[in-house]
Design a protein around this ligand. Structure first.
Ligand code: ADP
Ligand code: MG
Length: 702
């Protein structure tokens, strides 16, 4: 249970005055919180960092105000000039002056009464806003602030500027954040004394206040002490969470699961292919880990199509021959379904039972599956995050495998681990994560790599085509379909709106269906799970051969005889995403091709990125180029990367703090592995504040 001390941090933002349902939704959007999942809490709101400030201290006098700059002036109001009553579209003007000259305040759609009360003729007021000159007249259109001279303290001298989204004003946001800050309780310090002294860090609360109500523009900069303090906290929370996983899995002895040959040997016989050298090596490494009584924590990195699944399968078989259960968690139903389709028949051949558990299994069939999992009837459990629901009890979960890890957070990993008794853990990813980032995402893990692809794979030829040549492309598609080819047609990403994205897929489907008929299928994220599967099955079996899709096919989908990948608006996709998508073809023995359609004109960087795709198929190189072209920060920030997102920390600026936080987390856990000391208790608060409380569950289970 979360300590009640933290309750004010976790009140919903709607408890703030002036935040109703509508503004609440806008803020959800701004904070990237799915309203279907949760409402933003105060803690989320105060983690929104301003990117700059408006400095209202500048008071050069109205005559000397720079054109276009924000200026603050104490003026005497001379007189009001309302627009003529027959032309309300003209603005309301108020004339005033200070020692240096005259200024006109301009208001559109004004409320005369309000203006008269705010700016009474003959009074002294302070106005602050952007100044412009029209025909030599100094003008301020809609001042940001109007404050009577006697209340000058009401004017924020340094005003933080936040990223905004449509429908939300900086003032509303600033006021909400201010109120949130006022409600926050004092927290015990979790940073140790010496470090606090040496670094000069302010306390957590003071750091937040300094950033949100700055007294100096420098407070807001990413390398200010307050900001560094918060960045360190964020890193520390993440590293502690990872450290706790590691402690849980590694330091404590697991069960030894040596290879006995019962199932592994048989499995090698029934596999429809021989293993690559890389697969053999990875399987051997994993086999050794499983055999030892130290729990495994291993990352299996392998480019798309490198054949990670079978490596996992062999590990599962080794666990089964020791009587244990294995769970394989995939990020989407389509993927889970596909793993099930691959693994289940082969498992059956060697005498092992597999079940599939996703959000879709309901009622009786779900109960039966849960019973089989609980009784130990089934050795292999494949599914989505349904696998970590409370209702799922495992008989003896000994191996937890997470596929395409970058879609899952540390939370889910922790939750799956907590389902077993110190299970071994294997994490599989196709994302070639740059060295510096591995530790933020994974902490200290052993790594196996699949460097080569199964033999016989032909490289995918990649072409870049402007949209104007669509007609030509369609002719080629027509020929390919007649030849019996299978084609993916990926519709553009629409970042702003899922419904627009949907329209674009449906439109494209209709268009292609009109031309090619029932051979065209469609699949997208908004379809019901069963429909999605049906669509994938139809494509797999060849009932449809031109599949119009969104990026739902991006991760891991395996239809080996698909040989053409067409991606519309390729310039909108991230490079690693394009790579993932292209990886859906070239899986069989057919010569495959990938066509990247773009809409001209495109920028230099976009062009360079598409060229990278044409030049190489090496996932690591593509990831490197992506980093080089976009910068680390942005790769991290993207929705697709799935790497941990930081709110306060910026990896480019604060990477030294990451290293320190990592070391500190290790020291802390060595001394106080259960976070029981006074400082340990404070650190638990830190974990809650940065939403790493999955790790706390682990402690309690500990
Ligand atoms: P990924 O690493 O992207 O998850 P998969 O495990 O889905 O790759 O494997 C991709 C395809 O390669 C599958 O169709 C699989 O059956 C096939 N495959 C895996 N290993 C081999 C191998 N050693 N020889 C031939 N085909 C293989
Ligand atoms: Mg895979």
């Amino acid at each position: 249970m979360r300590p009640t001390l933290l309750d004010p941090f976790f009140a919903t933002i709607r408890s703030l005055s002036g935040i109703g349902p509508k503004v609440g939704l806008t803020i959800s959007k701004l904070l990237n919180i799915d309203p279907a999942q949760d409402e933003p809490r105060l803690i989320d709101l105060i983690q929104l960092m301003p990117h700059s400030v408006i400095d209202r201290r500048q008071r050069p006098g109205v005559a000397f105000a720079l054109d276009g700059a924000v200026t603050t002036a104490e003026i005497v109001v001379d007189y009001h000039q309302a627009p003529p009553s027959n032309n309300k579209r003209l603005p309301y003007r108020i004339f005033g002056h200070d020692d240096t000259g005259e200024i006109t305040l301009v208001f559109f759609h004004a409320q005369p009464n309000w203006l008269k009360s705010q700016l009474p003729e003959g009074e002294k007021v302070i106005v602050s806003g952007k100044v412009e000159r029209f025909n030599g007249h100094v003008t301020m259109v809609h001042p940001d602030y109007i404050v009577p001279s006697s209340q000058s303290e009401k004017l924020p001298l340094i005003e933080p500027v936040y990223p905004l989204t449509a429908g939300l004003s900086g003032k509303t946001l600033g006021r909400a954040i201010g109120e949130a800050l006022d409600r926050l309780p004092l927290l015990p310090e979790w940073i140790d004394h010496t470090m606090l002294k040496q670094s000069g860090f302010p306390s957590f609360g003071v750091a937040l206040r300094r950033i949100h109500t700055p007294v100096d523009p420098a407070d807001v900069s990413v390398d200010s002490l307050p900001r560094k303090r918060l960045a360190y906290d964020e890193f520390l929370a993440g590293q502690l969470a990872l450290g706790l996983v590691r402690h849980k899995t590694k330091k404590l002895a697991g069960k030894a699961n040596p290879p006995r040959g019962t199932y592994t040997k048989k499995l090698l016989h029934v596999l429809p292919f021989t293993l690559t050298k890389g697969q053999e090596a990875a399987i051997a490494e994993i086999s050794q880990d499983l055999a030892s009584n130290e729990a495994m924590l291993r990352l299996l990195q392998g480019d798309v199509g490198s054949g990670k699944t079978v490596v996992a399968f062999m590990a599962m078989a080794q666990i089964a021959e020791n009587g244990g259960q294995s769970a394989l968690m995939a990020p989407t139903e389509v993927l889970a379904q596909q793993h099930f389709a691959t693994i289940s028949p082969l498992a059956e051949k060697i005498g092992l039972k597999t079940v599939l558990l996703t959000g879709r299994e309901k009622g009786k069939s779900r109960e039966k599956i849960l019973a089989d999992i609980k009784s130990g009837q089934t050795a292999f459990i494949i599914g989505t995050h349904a696998l970590i629901q409370d209702s799922v009890d495992y008989h003896n979960l000994s191996l937890a495998i997470i596929d395409e890890q970058h879609r899952f957070g540390v939370h889910q990993r922790l939750n799956l681990l907590a389902k077993g008794i110190r299970p071994d853990m294997l994490v599989m990813t196709a994302t070639p994560i740059p060295r510096t980032l591995v530790m933020t995402a994974f902490g200290d893990m052993d790594v196996s790599q699949l460097k080569e692809k199964p033999s016989g794979r032909k490289p995918v030829t990649t072409a870049i085509l402007p949209e104007e040549r669509l007609a030509e492309l369609l002719d080629r598609v027509s020929v390919a379909l007649q030849r019996g080819d299978k084609i993916y047609w990926i519709c553009p990403l629409v970042e702003e709106s899922e419904s627009l994205e949907l329209t674009s897929v449906e439109k494209r489907f209709e268009f292609l269906h009109a031309r090619f008929g029932n051979i065209v299928g469609i699949v997208h994220g908004k379809m019901a799970a069963t429909e999605k599967d049906q669509a994938m099955q139809d494509f797999k079996q060849g009932k449809t051969r031109l599949l119009v899709a969104t990026t739902v096919v991006e991760v891991g989908v395996d239809v080996p005889d698909a040989s053409i990948m067409i991606i519309e608006h390729a310039e909108r996709f991230g490079l690693s995403q394009l790579h993932q998508l292209r990886g859906r073809v070239g899986r069989g023995d057919k010569q495959s091709s990938c066509i990247l359609l773009y809409k001209a004109p495109i920028g230099k960087i976009a062009e360079a990125r598409l060229n990278v795709m044409r030049e190489t198929q090496d996932g690591f190189r593509i990831a490197e180029e992506d980093l080089r072209l976009r910068g680390e920060g942005e790769v991290l920030g993207t929705r697709q990367s799935g790497l941990p997102e930081f709110h306060m920390a910026d990896l480019e600026v604060h990477s030294d703090l990451l290293a320190i936080a990592r070391k500190d987390a290790r020291l802390i856990l060595e001394k106080d592995p259960q976070l029981m000391s006074e400082r340990g208790q404070a650190l638990r608060l830190l974990l809650y504040l940065f939403r790493q409380d999955g790790a706390i569950k682990l402690l309690r289970a500990g």
